[in-house]
Design a protein around this ligand. Structure first.
Ligand SMILES: [Fe+2]
Ligand SMILES: [Fe+2]
Length: 183
């Protein structure tokens, strides 16, 4: 698959997870019970699919390839995007800690979980929009055919050898299972 198309496509299930997370937040705020297993599944999807696979492809392959072309406005945007990935990891860490306290302190769990997931949703929604609308068209315009080809094979390597094809499919399964429960 064309590498930029691949990344654009991956934004779909990530945005879907954000919508599921919004619904989970609503339920928590309303005091409705939420299965801890579903929360852990959501975190697994975010950590492995959104961060390790998708942000991994961007940080290890796309961004360095674009930076090589030395276009100042692209470099500035990439630096912001990398900082946003790091900011997101901080919220996810807090979300994981909140889930671990769910059994002992439901009130604290609810506060920390909702606060951090709201921040994560806002951050990622605008981050993805910035990539779709500004960065990816820039990448298509500035990367050479050879660079795009190299990216495509690099992405394939991430899916096959870093994530694993079977795991990649399982991760899609997780988000669709959560969608059926919450949306
Ligand atoms: Fe990104
Ligand atoms: Fe992205």
């Amino acid at each position: 698959m064309h590498p930029i198309e691949d990344l654009t496509k991956e934004h779909g299930p990530i945005k879907l997870m954000l919508r599921i997370l919004e619904r989970i937040n609503e339920k928590i705020v309303n005091g409705e019970p939420i299965a801890t297993a579903d929360l852990n599944d959501g975190v697994t999807f975010i950590k492995e699919f959104a961060d390790k696979c998708h942000h991994g492809k961007e940080e290890a392959l796309l961004f360095p390839a674009m930076k090589k072309n030395n276009i100042r406005k692209e470099i500035e945007l990439i630096d912001i995007l990398v900082a946003e990935h790091a900011e997101g990891r901080g919220y996810v860490k807090n979300i994981v800690e909140a889930i671990s306290q769910k059994g002992d302190n439901l009130k604290n769990f609810a506060e920390v979980f909702v606060d951090n997931s709201k921040k994560y949703i806002t951050l990622l929604d605008q981050h993805i929009d910035k990539e779709n609308v500004i960065l990816f068209p820039e990448a298509n315009a500035s990367l050479s055919e050879a660079q795009l080809k190299e990216l495509a094979s690099g992405f394939e390597n991430v899916e096959k050898n870093i994530i694993g094809e079977k795991r990649h499919e399982e991760l899609y399964g997780i988000v669709h299972k959560l969608k059926a429960t919450y949306l």
